[in-house]
Design a protein around this ligand. Structure first.
Ligand code: GDP
Length: 312
């Protein structure tokens, strides 16, 4: 079994690659829920939905969120009524949030709802939230503390970030399926997908017990750099690093996971960084444009895990 830790877009790309080269029962995707929020009375889990839509073949690859087969009657109508439109919700996407919200209000856990909705979307792999307890990422900017979606969507990542906090993380329980998988002797590797370290991976690592379990885990832990040649493929990863006083590089990301990492996959373009990284480095093409790129990178990561298993 392989565990993949994922945020939204970057993580989902590699999770899709892994899903195409592994038997479905051998992949467990653990997803960040620090981006979750309540909007228009609905419970929205953007990273879970990006991963689910991606594995179900429903994702809109151009924009990186939502579904490809979308219509917009709800948005157009609510705009005409003077409602809130800063967070775009397509008609079909809306159905998912309405149904999730209904079930959560009935007392079902986020993971139970996710499991059933994923099955109904035809997904064979297991996707679990990092926790069933609410964790909310907030950012200290020059304008004070703001909620994640206010920063990410409403303000388009423009405010300068000084600090991040994951509210609720300190009392959240990691998902039991995740913790059981980490302790399972059949575990073959943990893949930290190329997701934003600050807002996608570190919320997962902030839940008590997760970091220690990753350090203690017998299987190799391998990350893929979300930074290629000093730049993020998409989103604010590099901008945040600069604002937080860090050098935007693949090495900086490795440093943040230093206590956990056995292996690290960086882009061929970052060969010069190998010497600064305290893990077994694999050079590869890490930009995933085509489906073949996703599968090839997934195989590279699995091969690196196999080598590290023999060493461990
Ligand atoms: P979000 O939750 O939607 O922001 O998505 P993630 O945190 O999962 O992914 C954002 C990160 O993915 C950014 O740092 C991007 O640089 C990275 N990313 C996106 N596409 C790729 C890719 O094809 N290759 C690599 N190596 N990183 C990518």
């Amino acid at each position: 079994m392989i565990i993949a830790l994922s945020g939204g877009v970057g993580g989902a790309k590699l999770a899709l690659g892994l899903s195409r080269v592994l038997p479905p029962e051998e992949l467990l995707v653990v997803v960040n829920t620090g981006d979750d929020f309540e909007h228009l009375g609905l419970s929205i889990s953007p990273d879970i939905d990006t991963v689910a839509y991606t594995l179900a073949g429903l994702a809109n690859r151009e924009v990186g969120w939502g579904r490809h087969d979308e219509t917009w009657s709800f948005m157009e109508t609510i705009e005409g009524l003077g409602g809130e439109t800063w967070f775009r919700l397509g008609d079909r996407d809306l159905a998912l949030h309405v149904e999730r919200t209904r079930r959560l209000r009935r007392g079902e856990s986020l993971s139970a709802v996710t499991e059933d909705l994923c099955r109904r979307m035809g997904i064979l792999q297991r996707i679990v939230p990092m926790s069933d307890d609410p964790v909310r990422t907030r950012l200290l900017t020059e304008e004070g503390w703001i909620d994640f979606q206010d920063y990410f969507v409403r303000r388009r990542c423009e405010p300068v970030v000084k600090e991040l906090r994951f509210h609720g993380a300190e009392t959240a329980q990691p998902h039991p399926t995740f913790m059981a998988a980490l302790a399972d002797p059949a575990l073959q590797g943990v893949v930290i997908c190329p997701s934003n370290p600050f807002i996608s991976v570190e919320p997962i690592l902030a839940i008590p017990g997760v970091r220690d379990a990753l350090v203690a885990c017998k299987a190799p832990v391998i990350a893929v750099s979300p930074i290629i040649a000093g730049r993020a493929v998409k989103g604010p990863t590099a901008k945040m690093m600069t604002e937080l006083g860090l050098d935007p590089s693949a090495g900086t990301v490795a440093h943040r996971y230093a206590d956990l990492l056995d292996g690290y996959v960086i882009d061929n373009a970052d060969m010069a960084e190998v010497v600064s990284i305290d893990a077994r480095v694999t050079l590869a093409q890490t930009l995933m444009t085509t489906m073949e790129d996703r599968e090839t990178l997934a195989r590279t990561v699995l091969d690196a895990a196999a080598v590290l298993r023999r060493r461990k």
